[in-house]
Design a protein. Sequence first.
Length: 153
Amino acid sequence: MKVGIYYGSETGNSEILCEDIETELGAGFDCDIQSLADVDPSALEPEAFYLFVTSTYGNGDLPSTALPFEEALTGGKPDLKGIRFAIFGLGDQVFAETFNHGSEKLAAMLVAQGATQVGERGIHDASSFEMPEDIALPWVQGIMAQMAADKAA
Ligand SMILES: Cc1cc2nc3c(=O)[nH]c(=O)nc-3n(C[C@H](O)[C@H](O)[C@H](O)COP(=O)(O)O)c2cc1C
């Protein structure tokens, strides 16, 4: 199965995490890591599965590299029925009022266009003592287990 691992990142943490996720998934998946800057939402495929990883910047916004993707979603309103995705957010509790709002907003935008979210959104807090991969990799395993269970049902 093709797994598109797409990141919105300002300083690279989300991109590095995507590489860790690809390694965690192993050779059984056809992984494709891309910046959201290079992804056209209308080109997403129902046969694939998508893992979005994004940080939050500004006033609870997506990072600037992901803004064209946001614009293509909200302006172009592509039909995403049949598209399945999961999402992991990187943020910092220091920004209490907008903590991880970027990933929350992106999930809502994808669902609004008809996509189906698999599992709960994963989140990382840069103010915690945990590394992003220590939260995200067990989360990915849970998501893929749910995908397998959904397929078997
Ligand atoms: C200027 C600035 C603004 C930020 N704003 C927020 C925010 O509003 N909410 C939040 O949860 N995290 C915020 N963060 C934290 C980042 O999302 C977090 O450090 C993340 O790990 C960065 O990942 P990236 O390198 O992939 O962009 C901000 C960080 C910076 C430097």
